[in-house]
Design a protein around this ligand. Structure first.
Ligand code: ADP
Ligand code: MG
Length: 367
């Protein structure tokens, strides 16, 4: 038995002991509404909050609750699922499918159908967003490597060279095969992979007899099922100008929210913030009037990809894309925070029940 196993066995027996002690009490308290757990994968902290209610009642009409062991095993399955996607989709894991594609040695790759479908879907989103979202930015993200220690601004020549290998049209899919027309093109699924994995995780939770819950996956949030008490889940949107504050809240059920902004992954040089979202045309950190954008969509991967695209496009682009996609199965709503601190809302969020702006609590002057 290795050390880790021994420690977990110890913790487990401790937990069992606690439950045995609490079983000895006269009256068992009603279980808390949620069971929650946190794990780390895809470079991100993932928090899962699951309703304990089963939706069923016993013969005396008392609500039935899932036990802790069941819900913790469901969350373990979710963690395994995400780690499988991470192994396949990561750009930095050497033995991932994506690393295989990114080696500069080949033009043709036989791929797992799911990975191929995700890349194909990515290219469709690139077409819809006129290339603002483009998973072939790999050479650019690799060059800038913004989250590394000592990240610096690359030379103009190296940026030009990196950009020359960017372009979603350089990737073609046919049957089970992916073809690169440019051997040096690199794929980076950083703007869609987490959203995709989150969507699959929520599918798994629904299929696991959990009535409702919410998962926070870095900048992506997914809510499923209907809360019996207060209806929708309230999701806070961070204020990009002061991340200790929020700009307001959106309300979701059976929906995903994905935020793209520069306040977490960036580096600062000579007072300039260089963010991790790039304009695929210039190969430089994207700069529009939008400093943070939250996208709401029923499709998790789309929410993720679109938030990145909208960050690049800015408000004019958001307006155009909103019109173009309205009524389609990739329709979205968005809350964008602009550089002057103001908030832009798409039409569907403008009315009641859409976006609740955060108001500073009124302070009474002390005399
Ligand atoms: P986060 O990963 O922090 O949640 P995003 O979803 O916006 O943020 O994804 C940003 C990541 O996607 C970057 O770290 C990079 O790997 C990749 N990326 C950067 N710019 C683009 C772009 N224009 N299109 C597609 N992917 C991008
Ligand atoms: Mg994204």
């Amino acid at each position: 038995m290795n050390m880790l196993k021994r420690i977990s066995a110890l913790i487990l027996s401790f937990i069992t002991l606690i439950s045995l002690v609490s079983c000895g009490k006269e009256k068992e308290p009603e279980p808390e509404e949620y069971y929650s757990a946190t794990f780390f994968a895809m470079d991100t902290e993932i928090t899962v909050k699951l309703a304990r209610r089963t939706g069923e009642t016993d013969e005396d009409e008392n609500a039935l609750f899932h036990d802790e062991a069941y819900l913790s095993s469901v969350i373990k399955e979710c963690a395994n699922l995400v780690s499988e996607y991470e192994s396949a989709l990561s750009r930095t894991k050497e033995d991932s499918v994506i690393s295989e594609i990114n080696k500069e040695t080949d033009y043709f790759f036989d791929l797992d159908p799911e990975v191929l479908a995700l890349i194909k879907e990515s290219n469709e989103i690139s077409e819809l967003t006129a290339g603002a979202f483009d998973v072939t930015v790999g050479t650019v993200t690799e060059l800038w490597n913004v989250t590394s220690d000592g990240a610096d601004v690359p030379s103009d020549e190296s940026i030009e060279e990196a950009v020359s290998h960017v372009g979603y049209e350089k990737i073609e899919t046919d049957g089970a095969t992916l073809r690169k027309t440019d051997r040096k093109t690199k794929i980076d699924l950083g703007a869609i992979g987490k959203g995709y994995a989150l969507g699959k995780m929520i599918d798994h939770l629904r299929a696991s007899d959990v009535d409702y819950g919410i998962v926070s996956f870095g900048g992506n949030v997914g809510a499923f099922g209907k809360k019996p008490t207060t209806g929708k889940f309230k999701v806070a949107i961070t204020n990009a100008l002061d991340t200790s504050k929020v700009i307001g809240y959106v309300f979701v059920d059976d929906e995903f929210v994905s935020v793209s902004a520069d306040y977490e992954r960036n580096f600062v040089k000579d007072g300039v913030v260089y963010g991790h979202i790039f304009d695929p045309e210039t190969g430089r950190p994207a700069k529009s009037d939008v400093i943070s954008v939250a996208v709401l969509s029923e499709n998790s991967a789309y929410a993720d990809a679109l938030s990145t695209a909208l960050f690049v496009l800015g408000t004019d682009g958001i307006k155009d894309l909103y019109k173009a996609l309205a009524g389609t199965d990739v329709a979205f709503e968005a809350v964008a925070q602009l550089e002057d601190g103001s908030v832009y809302l798409t039409e569907g969020l403008s009315g009641d029940g859409g976006f609740e702006e955060y108001k500073e609590p009124e302070t009474t002057a002390e005399s």
